[in-house]
Design a binder for this molecule. Structure first.
Ligand SMILES: Cc1ncc(COP(=O)(O)O)c(C=O)c1O
Length: 468
C-alpha cells in the first residue's frame, strides 16, 4: 500500500502533495507501468485522508496521463517514456552584479513622493468601473483612440502642434518605437545619430545591423555640414534640449536641417524632456515647421510621469502613416489597455497638466537645492555650471587635472556613480574633459553633502577660493 506522510500545515494542499508524491514514484520507476493503484476508499482510509482528496489527486494524475482508469476495475500506472529531467536546473551564467551606490548621478529616476499615486489610483479605479468592456476588447495597433486624442489635444495646447490622433502611434517606450521606425523606413537606409548623444539610440541601430553614422555637434547642435557628407538618409536629433550637452538648436539650424531632408530624407525629432524648460517659452518643434512631411516626432511619458510607465508615442507625417498602415499594422500595440485608458483619463481631466506644473516647480527647486549644496561644499570655487535652463540634468565643469577615467574610478570607489561628458562620445578624447553630467531628478538631497565630501576627497579638492 502506498504510504506517504503528508503535511497538513504546508502551503501546498493535501491533494497536491499526494498527487506530487505518486507522480514522483511513477517517474522514478518505484511504481511500475501497469501496476494497480489502491482504490480511492482504501487509500483514503490508509492515509487518513478524505476520499475527495484522493479522488482529486487521481484525477489530476489521470488528466496529465500518469495513470489510466479501467471501468469497474480501478486505476493503473501508465507507461511513462524516459525520465524527464524534473528539477534539474539549467546552467546559467552567474547573476549580474548591480553595485549598490551611496549616490547615483547617472540614473534619472523619480522619487515616490513625486508620483501622483492618489490621483492615479482613482483614475485606475474609474477605468475599471467605467471602461470594463473596452478593457477586454481588442486594442487598435496604434493605441487607444482616447489616449491618442488626449495626446493630440495636449500637443496643440502646450506645443502648438496640429496633429490628428490618427497620426499617433503609441508604444512601450521610445526605444521600442525606434525598432518600428527602422522597419518602416527600411534596413537599407543609412541612419545618423548625434555624437555625443543618448547612447541607447546608437545601440538600437547597431543591434538592427543598419548602416550608422555618428555626426558631431557645434554650438548650434548637430553639424549639417558633417551630415551632408556622411551619406545618411535619416537623422536622429533632440533639438529642444540636446542630451547631454543641453544645446537648444537655433531656428536657422533647424531650417538647414529641413533643407537637408529636402524631399527624400527623414528627421527623427526626439522631444524627450521639452516639458521641463525653466527659462523662456517652449521651443517650436521641427515637426511644426516642416512643410514636406519629412519629420517623425517622438515623445515619452518617462520624464513627466515615470520611466517605469513605459508609454511613448511617435507622430507620423501622412505619407508615412499610409506606409505604416500597409507594412506594420499587424503589430499589436505594446502598451496594455489598462494603462492607456488610465493615462487618457489622467490627461483629459487636467491632472497631467497639473502634475507637469507641479513637477516643473519641484525640479526647479531641486536643481536650485543641488546647486546650493554644491556651492556650500568643498567644490565651491572649483566648479562652473555650464547649462541649467532646462531638462533634468545640467553640466558641471570641475577644476581638476585628473583624467576623466580617474575621476570616474575614484568616485565609484567612494560609492558615487558619476557620468562625464566624455562618456557620451564615441571618441572620448574629443570631449571637453572634467565635465560632469548631473542627472538630478532622483538624487537624495539628504545624502548629497556627504557624497560631495567623498568626491572632493577622492579628487583631492580642498575648499578654497580657486575659480575655474
Ligand atoms: C534623449 C532621450 N530620449 C528618449 C528617452 C526616453 O526613452 P523611453 O521612452 O524609452 O523611456 C530618454 C530617456 O532617458 C532620453 O534620455
Amino acid at each position: 500500500m502506498l504510504t506517504y506522510t503528508l503535511d497538513k500545515t504546508a502551503g501546498e494542499s493535501l491533494y497536491e502533495q499526494l498527487y506530487r508524491r505518486i507522480k514522483e514514484d511513477i517517474l522514478a520507476g518505484r511504481l511500475a507501468s501497469g501496476e494497480k493503484l489502491p482504490s480511492k476508499r482504501m487509500l483514503s482510509q490508509h492515509l487518513k485522508l478524505s476520499v475527495i482528496t484522493v479522488k482529486n489527486a487521481y484525477e489530476q494524475l489521470l488528466a496529465e496521463g500518469y495513470i489510466y482508469a479501467e471501468e469497474k476495475k480501478g486505476y493503473y500506472v501508465c507507461r511513462v517514456e524516459g525520465l524527464p529531467t524534473v528539477g534539474k536546473a539549467a546552467v546559467l551564467p552567474p547573476p549580474e552584479e548591480t553595485p549598490d551606490y551611496f549616490l547615483d548621478f547617472v540614473t534619472n529616476s523619480i522619487s515616490a513622493e513625486d508620483f501622483p499615486f492618489t490621483v492615479w489610483s482613482r483614475m485606475m479605479r474609474r477605468t475599471i468601473l467605467e471602461e470594463d468592456k473596452k478593457l477586454l476588447s481588442p486594442m487598435a495597433y496604434n493605441g487607444a483612440r482616447e489616449l491618442r486624442e488626449a495626446i493630440a489635444r495636449y500637443l496643440y495646447q502646450f506645443r502648438g502642434m496640429s496633429v490628428d490622433p490618427g497620426q499617433i502611434v503609441v508604444g512601450a517606450g521610445t526605444e521600442f518605437l525606434y525598432n518600428l521606425i527602422i522597419q518602416l523606413l527600411g534596413r537599407d537606409k543609412c541612419y545618423a545619430v548625434e555624437d555625443p548623444g543618448y547612447g541607447k539610440i546608437g545601440k538600437i541601430y547597431e543591434s538592427n545591423q543598419v548602416a550608422l553614422k555618428r555626426v558631431g555637434l557645434d554650438e548650434g547642435g548637430l553639424s549639417v555640414r558633417q551630415l551632408e557628407t556622411c551619406g545618411a538618409d535619416v537623422v536622429h536629433i533632440s533639438p529642444s534640449h540636446h542630451y547631454p550637452t543641453g544645446i537648444v538648436m537655433p531656428i536657422t539650424r533647424r531650417q538647414e536641417l529641413l533643407r537637408w531632408a529636402g524631399q527624400s530624407r527623414y528627421i527623427l525629432e526626439d522631444d524627450y524632456d521639452s516639458e521641463f524648460r525653466f527659462v523662456g517659452r517652449p521651443i517650436q518643434t521641427l515637426f511644426s515647421i516642416d512643410e514636406n512631411q519629412r519629420v517623425i516626432y517622438l515623445n515619452t511619458f518617462s520624464k513627466t510621469i515615470a520611466p517605469s510607465i513605459r508609454i511613448s508615442y511617435m507622430i507620423l507625417p501622412p505619407q508615412l502613416l499610409l506606409q505604416y498602415r500597409e507594412k506594420l499594422w499587424f503589430y499589436a500595440c505594446t502598451v496594455p489597455s489598462f494603462e492607456q485608458y488610465t493615462l487618457a483619463r489622467f490627461m483629459e481631466r487636467g491632472s497631467y497638466e497639473m502634475h507637469i506644473n507641479r513637477m516643473k516647480n519641484r525640479y526647479h527647486q531641486k536643481r536650485d537645492a543641488v546647486i546650493a549644496r554644491i556651492e556650500s561644499s568643498p567644490f565651491a570655487g572649483h566648479v562652473q555650471i555650464l547649462e541649467e535652463d532646462a531638462g533634468l540634468h545640467f553640466l558641471l565643469r570641475i577644476d581638476t587635472d585628473l583624467p576623466d577615467e580617474t575621476l570616474r574610478r575614484r568616485a565609484a570607489e567612494k560609492g558615487v556613480r558619476m557620468a562625464l561628458l566624455s562618456d557620451y562620445y564615441t571618441q572620448p578624447e574629443k570631449a571637453r574633459p572634467h565635465v560632469m553630467v548631473v542627472n538630478y531628478s532622483g538624487i537624495d538631497l539628504a545624502k548629497l553633502p556627504e557624497a560631495l565630501g567623498r568626491l572632493a576627497e577622492a579628487f583631492e579638492i580642498e575648499g578654497g577660493d580657486r575659480h575655474v
